[in-house]
Design a protein around this ligand. Structure first.
Ligand SMILES: Nc1ncnc2c1ncn2[C@@H]1O[C@H](COP(=O)(O)OP(=O)(O)OP(=O)(O)O)[C@@H](O)[C@H]1O
Ligand SMILES: [Mg+2]
Length: 423
């Protein structure tokens, strides 16, 4: 028997932890174990195990580069050891030693990615070559593994970047919302200031009715300033990702606030606005600022739907059964928002804004919620109102239904989760 065939190169150690690669010999017979140790002692750090259990234990405690496994062993067979080794480290190079194995056993070994199988009694040269090949396979396996790890790392880096982008996008949406929503109160403030200006005019002293009216206007201005402050506070806390504290709001109170906000809103003009309170008030699970923003945006849209005098009605209805959403479909005159994220559990409250304006044609209906989509002349609409409404409805786990018939009018219905019996 020759010592080392010249064509087999001395293997380079892929294990960074040991100067020499580690070879694990697993055989329940002392003779072959010792023979293998003698063959590989110089080039490898040789570990020996007399059974499968101690082999697994060794592999769990230190990195193994190559294992030579006898298939036929008492207790755990070589195939079982191989299977478990794969769990410990899928890149270990494995050479199986076989005696009179069935092809089934060999197939099983191959399936478990044994790199070679060698007949017992073995020839030293063949054994060396097989172990060297297994070692090479191991470094390829490790490279593949480290590439796979790198791909994973890259993937999670991308995921992080996507989340950062999403956060930024949310931020800019929030800034846009704040600017858009503050515009409403500012318009009212501006109207009231003009009214005060008219009352006071050139006068040095004001009294009586003029004084009372001016006080009233000032009072309303202060309320609007408070609303502005509330809007910024709400969105700042949102930016800081604070959970919303107060998700409990009286629907009738909000309808009252909307009525108040509309009193001096320029969009009202000589249109008829009817706001109907609930005979029995309900508490909606949404913040008051959010609900006001939703209703105000939808009402102002309804008021601005035509320059002709028309009527806009606001109302609210309790719903004590979940809504059968399976039958709801978008169509040419209907659109639904957030049916997937809708917390469709009774009690709910349905708030509706109905107008007898021009209605929304199907091609507009399908684009309604696109950011910056507007049919208003340049400078008159930002096209952000409905986009904001959609986001607020989503955040409150509500849903929105738009029903519109051209020539007849439009109804927006907002469904919001409610609290049972005023709780
Ligand atoms: N009740 C309605 N009747 C008819 N069209 C409507 C109605 N509500 C919304 N629309 C249409 O939807 C478009 C988008 O509304 P959205 O509130 O997003 O933006 P906008 O009202 O145009 O601008 P902004 O809200 O900044 O004033 C409107 O331009 C209008 O064409
Ligand atoms: Mg709008």
């Amino acid at each position: 028997m020759s010592n080392q065939p010249p064509e087999v190169p001395a293997a380079k150690a892929p294990s960074p932890r040991a100067a020499k690669p580690t070879l694990l010999i697993v055989d329940d017979e002392e003779g072959p174990r010792q023979a293998l140790r003698v063959i590989f002692n110089t080039d490898y750090e040789v570990l020996m195990a007399g059974d499968g259990y101690s082999a697994i234990e060794l592999a769990q405690n230190r990195p193994i580069d190559v294992a030579v496994l006898d298939i036929r062993m008492a207790g755990m067979s070589g195939i079982d050891v191989l299977e478990r080794l794969r769990f410990v480290d899928p890149t270990i190079g494995v050479v199986m030693m076989t005696a009179y194995e069935t092809t089934d056993t060999l197939r099983q070994a191959m399936r478990l990615r044994a790199s070679d199988y060698i007949n017992k009694p073995f020839d030293i040269g063949t054994m060396r070559a097989a172990v060297a090949r297994a070692l090479e396979g191991r470094s390829v396996g490790m490279q593949a593994r480290s590439s796979a790890e790198k791909v994973e790392e890259l993937k999670s880096e991308l995921q992080r970047q996507k989340m950062d982008e999403e956060r930024l996008r949310t931020r800019s949406q929030i800034y846009e919302t704040v600017l858009h929503d503050i515009n409403g109160p500012l318009t009212i403030i501006s109207g009231l200031t003009q009214l005060i200006n008219q009352r006071i005019g050139e006068r040095d002293v004001i009294s009586g009715e003029d004084l009372e009216a001016t006080k009233d206007h000032l009072h309303r201005i202060i309320r609007q300033v408070t609303t502005c402050a509330e809007i910024t506070r709400r969105y700042l806390s949102f930016l800081r990702q604070n959970p919303n504290e107060n998700l409990h709001v009286s629907v009738n109170e909000i309808l009252g606030d909307v009525e108040e906000l509309l009193r001096f809103h320029p969009a009202v003009k000589s249109n008829e606005v009817v706001i109907q309170r609930m005979p029995r008030d309900t508490n909606a699970a949404i913040s008051s600022t959010d609900l006001i923003q939703i209703l105000l945006n939808l009402t102002v849209n309804a008021l601005q739907s035509t320059a002709e005098d028309h009527r806009v009605e606001l109302g609210a209805k309790p719903i004590d059964k979940e809504i059968n959403i399976a039958q709801l479909r978008d169509g040419s005159s209907d659109r639904y928002i957030n049916l997937d994220g809708f917390k469709n559990k009774a009690p709910l409250v349905a708030l509706s804004i109905r107008d007898n304006g021009p209605g929304i044609p199907p091609e507009v209906l399908s684009r309604l919620f696109e950011p910056y989509f507007t049919t208003k002349p340049r400078g008159q609409g930002t096209g952000l109102g409905l986009c904001i409404v959609q986001r607020l409805v989503l955040e409150s786990h509500g849903a929105l239904h738009i029903h519109s018939i051209v020539g007849k009018g439009t109804t927006f219905t907002v469904y919001i989760p409610a609290h049972a019996n005023g709780h």
